[in-house]
Design a protein around this ligand. Structure first.
Ligand code: ZN
Length: 291
């Protein structure tokens, strides 16, 4: 099942994608929560009810709705650095002995087709195509053998990065967290549809030119090991998003570096999950908000 968050007629709610249509769960299953984090919190029973309600239900055309990030405001966005061997090599850094974990702020989220900003304060804008894991159950101390049980499903993430801000201090948080720098979507593909997250082709194009091409079997720490490691320290909650790392081919790694500029279109596709496509725009004057 493909679970999406969408806006139509000025209302944002959850739906089930069927072909080129979407079932509005707020009408097909009015008893279910119409917000993704709450729906996921209902566990397998709620997801099964959503799947049943979607069967044969009327659909809206996908082309007529605006897809949002499947989780509008993840409680946590956890991201993993240097988690593909080929990307470690292009970065000139050492292969991590433990997952290299950093946060992206939840305010960085935008939808699968929304624009993202070239910040006022930098021109070192870069893309990172990544497999996203969405947590479905509140959990802690999850052994990797049971990690699949707490994963709701998979999505596509662009871990947009401001390279100079990332690298000028030892921690990466600010350079990874600018507003609009976490395009995510187009939906969550639930576990039943894609039980093995470690055999998926992942590709990134900039203006139609293929830049990244790898497969999630190349992950150094796989999705299940990441869930085990992260949940050793803290509680994972429904809607938490784990961006599992990017393969080689980022702009900064090219010779010469090819950083993003206004008008560039970045498309990321993961087999069986879906694709997101986002255009770089100038940071608008409206981002200045005081009081
Ligand atoms: Zn990344």
């Amino acid at each position: 099942m493909k679970l999406a968050t969408f806006t139509e007629s000025n209302r944002t709610r959850v739906g089930v994608v069927v072909g080129d249509g979407i079932v509005d769960l707020s009408t097909a299953a009015p008893d279910l929560p119409s917000e993704m984090t709450q729906l996921l919190s209902g566990g397998p029973d709620a997801l099964a009810a959503a799947a049943r309600a979607a069967e044969g239900a009327p659909t809206l055309r996908l082309a007529d709705v605006h897809l949002e990030s499947p989780v509008l405001r993840p409680p946590k966005i956890l991201a993993i650095g240097l988690n593909y061997a080929d990307h470690v090599a292009e970065s000139g850094m050492e292969t991590p002995k433990l997952p290299l974990v950093f946060n992206k702020q939840s305010t960085s989220i935008v939808g699968p087709n929304d624009p993202f900003h070239l910040p006022r304060v930098s021109t070192a804008l870069d893309y990172e195509g990544e497999l996203g894991v969405v947590i479905g159950q509140r959990c802690r101390h999850v052994p990797k053998e049971r990690a699949a049980e707490v994963i709701a499903g998979l999505t596509v993430v662009n871990d947009v990065t401001v390279r100079d801000w990332q690298l000028r201090t030892p921690t990466w948080t600010i350079g990874k967290s600018f507003d609009t720098h976490c395009p995510t979507g187009p939906w969550i593909v639930t576990n039943d549809e894609l039980p093995d997250p470690h055999c998926l082709d992942i590709k990134t194009w900039v203006n139609g030119e293929l830049r990244q091409s790898s497969n999630t079997k190349q992950l150094i720490f796989d999705c299940f090991e990441l869930v085990e490691h992260l949940s050793t320290a803290f509680t994972l909650e429904p809607g938490d998003l784990i961006a599992t790392g990017t393969p080689s081919g980022v702009g900064i790694g090219m010779k010469p570096p090819q950083l993003l500029k206004v008008g560039d279109v970045v498309k990321i596709a993961i087999d069986g999950v879906g694709e997101i496509e986002n255009t770089v725009i100038e940071e608008p004057a409206s981002t200045t908000r005081i009081g």
